[in-house]
Design a protein around this ligand. Structure first.
Ligand code: NAD
Length: 343
């Protein structure tokens, strides 16, 4: 069987990660790179892949079956629409777009041209997520009552050299928190309201740095989340899991799920139960589940090939990712309006 012909638009940090994943799969073939940057041209030259500075230039000469859009967030819309209109299926990085209007346009055009859009919330491909979802809804957990999550880390100064990363469309809310909101929706269900406070001023960037958030889920579960890209801390997904080899593995947690009969540390999957009745008079024991962390980008690329071939339906559709975007953007609205946002 011939490999699925793919292109990458935006060969930066995450574009390269997609490329790496693709190389491990016989079923995928990278036939074009679109990125005006010199380093992207060099990769294309070195690997014998066709290079284009613009998506339209590529589509005039080569039409891949699937296009991965990994440009800066505010440039997701144009290449996504061009690729869809040319008949390609699209895997667009998270957030699906910089705002809800653009996200709606992507949904609309995808339906009109009958091509699939899937969104790069890659963490959902980890077995760890399914396992956690099962654990918190299990009988021994009782009912889920509350959750606390945290993403705190100090990004390196060099990270902010590209100007776009200093803007709030690419601050920690839309770059990092969006993953957490997606995890929370996946594990705890839909979010009904968001109340948030935001702080800036540690660096002289227009974007936010720290946020404290209260969440209410449709199920009645309550949540809190603490976010900051200005503090060195081991309590964030990347350091906790060691998912990204560029960041040292701390083995710490970034979530605590609280049930009426037990509670759970995540991603370490340590379940705390009382011996006897589940009240504070009883000794607690801890049981640990070991779930290996697969390469989610390989799983995602494999799924994308299945979607392009028509064998699979997108696991994270444009509609689904737009809900994650809406909840995430509500953090800005709540902080600005100084009130709770109901979704
Ligand atoms: N899934 C994840 O965990 C994850 C991680 C990091 C970034 N992202 C997302 O990926 C996107 C890119 O982030 P990054 O960190 O890789 O950025 P980056 O700056 O490292 O790379 C962006 C690349 O896009 C290129 N580019 C800019 N305009 C272009 C255009 N019009 N056409 C083609 N190429 C263009 C740039 O030259 C650059 O090489 C963002 O939306 C971000 O939110 C997702």
């Amino acid at each position: 069987m011939t490999a699925v012909k793919l292109a990458i638009v935006g060969m930066g940090m995450i574009g390269k990660r997609h490329h790496q994943a693709m190389k491990t799969l016989m079923e995928a073939e990278l036939i074009a790179i679109v990125d005006p940057a010199e380093q992207a041209k060099e990769i294309a030259l070195n690997e014998g892949i066709r290079w284009f500075a613009k998506t339209e230039e590529m589509l005039a000469e080569v039409v891949p079956e699937g296009v991965i859009v990994s440009t800066p967030t505010e440039i997701h819309l144009a290449p996504t629409l061009s690729a869809l209109e040319a008949g390609c299926h699209v895997l667009v990085e998270k957030p699906i777009a910089a705002n809800l209007e653009e996200a709606r346009q992507i949904q609309k055009i995808s339906k009109q041209v009958d091509r699939n859009v899937m969104v790069g919330h890659h963490r959902r491909y980890y077995g760890l997520m399914e396992e956690t979802r099962e654990l918190v809804s299990s009988e021994k957990f009782g009912g889920l009552l509350a959750v606390h999550g945290q993403w705190t880390s100090r990004k390196a100064d060099s990270y902010f050299i590209p100007q776009w990363r200093q803007q709030s469309s690419s601050g920690p809310v839309l770059i990092n928190l969006i993953h957490e909101m997606d995890i929370l929706r996946f594990i705890c269900g839909e979010i009904e309201s968001v109340t948030a406070q935001i702080q800036t001023g540690f660096r002289s960037h227009p974007k936010e740095e720290t946020a404290a958030i209260i969440l209410q889920f449709q199920s009645g579960v309550l949540g809190t989340f603490l976010l900051s890209d200005a503090t060195p801390s081991p309590w964030n997904w990347e350091h906790a899991t060691g998912e990204n080899v560029n960041f040292p593995h701390t083995g710490q947690n970034s979530y605590y799920f609280m049930g009426s009969d037990a509670c759970l540390e995540f991603p370490n999957l340590r379940i705390w139960n009382s011996v006897g009745k589940p009240d504070w008079n009883y000794q607690m024991t801890m049981e640990e589940k070991l779930v290996p962390l697969e390469d989610a980008y390989i799983a995602q690329c494999h799924h994308f090939c299945g979607v392009v071939r028509g064998w699979e339906k997108p696991r994270i559709t444009a509609e689904d990712a737009s809900k994650t975007l809406a909840v995430t953007l509500a953090v800005f609205d709540s902080a600005k309006q100084q009130q709770t946002i109901w979704l």
